[in-house]
Write a protein of this length. Structure first.
Length: 295
């Protein structure tokens, strides 16, 4: 855990000491941070409210509390719409405060912040933790692949993936898991051979997805599949050239089947069509060059 600087009360130019009793607008965070402060039925409450009320009574002032989202709270205070802001600290949003006169109170709430991690991850950054999870899931998948039939296990994982992507979840998570579906389709497509390393990457991502108790347990509402979506994103980025080519091939194959009635369209057919397109493009550019030169 790291000891952090204390929270203070931030004052605008009108908040200097010694002024006559007045009514001031105090900007506070609408996001609860108990036991320091929270909103109950629209009413600002908690330690911060008691502290500020006591300060106002001692100075003979009246405070009106305006609860706002964090970003808007900062902008409204700096634009002069608020007289005070709580909480704040000189280290917060330094760039936005540059060139402005802001006064701070004495410390009001010293606190300590930290993150709980498993002993195995102590001292590791987030990227390294994710990499260890990736390697562990890939190793576990390889061990399991050696112990049971290929088709049965991956079929079950495919069905689970198809079911999850139909669930109500954050759109960004659904898009990334849908990418994993495309990767799995590419893995099984006989017309699109992949290197063994690429195939193992896809299988590792699918295996990680199939583990319910991973870095973020899948049963947690809303975010349970967040780490699975990030794993899918990682593999999709690594295989982006292959994925882009496969999508182009699928589009060509679908068009050939619907427009020409072909029942069998191979990757060689697609490559031949791509070569024809490139050849025609070169010929057109040559003809354009000749025409431009003739003028």
């Amino acid at each position: 855990m790291n000891a952090l600087p204390p929270i203070v009360l931030c004052l605008g130019l009108l908040g200097a000491a010694g002024v006559a009793a007045q009514t001031y607008r105090v900007g506070v965070e609408s996001q609860p941070y108990q036991p320091y402060y929270s909103l109950e039925a629209g009413e600002y409450q908690g330690y911060a409210r008691d502290l500020l009320d006591a300060f106002a009574a001692d100075q003979g002032h009246r405070f009106i509390y305006v609860a706002l989202p964090v970003k808007r709270l900062q902008s409204d205070f700096l634009s002069g719409k608020l007289d005070f802001k709580y909480p704040d600290h000189p280290h917060w949003n330094r760039e936005q405060k540059q060139g402005r006169t802001v006064h701070y109170s004495a410390a009001t709430a010293p606190y300590r912040d930290g993150v709980l991690v498993l002993p195995a991850y102590l001292g590791l950054g987030k990227a390294r933790m994710a990499l260890q999870q990736y390697e562990a899931s890939a190793s576990a998948l390889e061990r399991s692949r050696n112990s049971y039939a290929h088709a049965g296990t991956e079929d079950a994982e495919y069905r689970l993936l198809a079911n999850v992507t139909r669930q109500n979840m954050i759109a960004a998570m659904r898009r990334r898991l849908a990418e994993l579906e495309v990767l799995c389709t590419m893995l099984d497509d006989s017309e699109w051979p992949l290197e063994d390393d690429d195939r193992n990457r896809i299988r590792a991502a699918l295996g990680y997805f199939a583990v319910a108790k991973d870095m973020i347990p899948d049963k947690i509402p809303g975010i349970g599949f967040l780490d699975d979506a990030l794993m899918a994103e990682l593999v999709a980025r690594e295989l982006k050239p292959e994925l882009d080519g496969y999508r182009a091939f699928c589009e060509y194959r679908d068009n050939e089947k619907s427009l020409r009635g072909k029942t069998k369209v191979s990757r060689l057919d697609w490559l031949a069509a791509k070569r024809r397109q490139i050849w025609l493009r070169i010929k057109r550019r040559q003809q354009d060059g000749i025409l431009r030169f003739s003028y």
